[in-house]
Design a binder for this molecule. Structure first.
Ligand SMILES: [Zn+2]
Length: 428
């Protein structure tokens, strides 16, 4: 993905907001069709049927008909892709899109370009004719600025923050926190592995974002203490401003801008770190995490309220602020086939020198002292060495009773991952 800041004129911004509204309306209709389904009812319409219905709806609904058909059809295509990937994407079923929150639309390029096979020969169809693909229309204005054709808006300028113009089939425009962005659908070019074939293990944590097995500790930049204090100040002012006032909107906008800054820093760090990993190591091993399970709320239900809800919420914020998932995804794209997942249990309790797994070896969040051989190391580094060796830990053997029965595992095990309650959580 290559993403740039978009600078539309006020007229163009108005038109693009209308595109966002149309895309959201069509998406939500599709969500509604699919939530209506119950066992025994006819299955919800697929993409082709939905496109046919869209044409009908455009004829009857004046507001929808005045919009751009391509933008609306791409929203349906996005929905179909999201629904097909619902078991693998980690996001589950596509859900409702809300005004002010999910503002965006996809545009398919209007330029026709010949397509080529991977070996460089022209792509031919069954009749031997050249296959034509789509390409977005982009033009360079000068060293710093370029412009892109957006349907209904003409040329829209964007800040060219990298040397070369992006070449893509589609792009997505988003409006978030008062800023417009354009993201071209480009998968980053694979980076060649170094000849050394070195293996690196990465342990992702909250206190140290990524501990490498060569002893380096990389930290994802977050907001400074001052910036966090400013967020709290503006949140407080927003809460005290009278309902519906201009001041309230303005204070919320200031909060949003600061939060956007944090997200930008995190994304930038992930891009730079993943490029560094792909460029300098032959094989990158991540410990396997289930971030969705890790960040599951501890809130519980009304009948059975959870315990340590605030602490868990703080830990969740800590986990989500680290960008673990994005780092893994980007590294995979830049180093295809050179990224592995290593099962995570006991990596933090296993001694990387002798292999002994013991809870008591983990003296504190930071220190690891093996009770068996005395090996001393930083706890995160120890875990990353285990990951580099491809050893997550061995599953505990079943304790079988002599008469063929199975005894329950002892309630207090010496080999249990440290639980979040007593890890140092940056509560902010
Ligand atoms: Zn040891």
């Amino acid at each position: 993905m290559s993403r740039f800041r978009l600078y539309p004129t006020p007229v163009q911004a108005q038109q693009m907001l209308l595109h966002c509204a149309h895309a959201r309306y069509v998406w939500n209709l599709a969500v509604e069709q699919h939530t209506h389904w119950r066992p025994g009812r006819r299955s919800a319409p697929g993409f082709a049927e939905q496109c046919r219905q869209l044409t009908e709806a455009r004829r009857e609904n004046e507001w929808l008909g005045a919009g751009n058909a391509d933008v609306q059809q791409q929203a349906l295509k996005d929905f179909a892709a999201a629904r097909n990937a619902r078991f693998t994407s980690g996001f589950g079923e596509p859900t409702w899109r809300r005004k002010h929150v999910h503002e965006g639309f996809r545009v398919i390029g209007s330029d026709r370009v010949p397509e080529f096979e991977p070996d460089g020969s022209p792509k031919l169809n069954a009749k031997g004719k050249q296959v034509m693909g789509r390409s977005v229309v982009v033009q360079r204005l000068n060293r710093r600025w370029a412009q892109v054709k957006v349907p209904g808006c003409g040329w829209v300028r964007f800040r060219l923050s990298r040397a070369e113009l992006p070449a893509a089939k589609t792009f997505r425009v988003t409006f978030r926190n008062g800023q417009w962005h354009i993201a071209f659908a480009v998968v980053p070019e694979p980076i060649d592995a170094p000849a050394t074939g070195e293996v690196i293990g990465i342990d992702r944590g909250v206190t140290i974002t990524a501990a490498l097995s060569d002893g380096r500790k990389l930290n994802c930049p977050q907001l400074t203490v001052k910036e966090r204090a400013r967020i709290r100040k503006h949140e407080r002012r927003a809460a005290r401003a009278p309902r519906g006032s201009e001041a309230k909107v303005a204070e919320h906008a200031k909060v949003a801008r600061l939060k956007a800054r944090e997200a930008n820093r995190r994304k930038d760090w992930c891009e730079q770190t993943s490029t560094m990993l792909a460029r300098s190591y032959g094989l990158v091993r991540f410990e396997k995490l289930n971030i969705k399970n890790m960040t599951r709320s501890a809130k519980g239900t009304v009948e059975q309220p959870g315990t340590n809800v605030r602490q868990k919420a703080g830990l969740n914020r800590g986990i989500l602020a680290q960008g673990w998932g994005l780092l893994r995804q980007r590294t995979e794209q830049k180093a295809p086939g050179r990224v592995e997942d290593v099962a995570a249990p006991f990596t933090s309790l296993r001694c990387s020198a002798c292999g002994w797994i013991e809870k008591k070896s983990r003296k504190s969040q930071a220190d690891f002292v093996c009770v068996s051989c005395g090996f001393t190391c930083n706890a995160d580094e120890n875990a990353s060495i285990n990951v580099a060796a491809g050893q997550g830990g061995i599953p505990r053997p079943r304790q079988t009773a002599g008469a063929g029965g199975v005894t329950a595992a002892a309630s207090c095990s010496s080999a249990r991952e440290p639980q979040p309650a007593w890890i140092g959580i940056p509560l902010f």
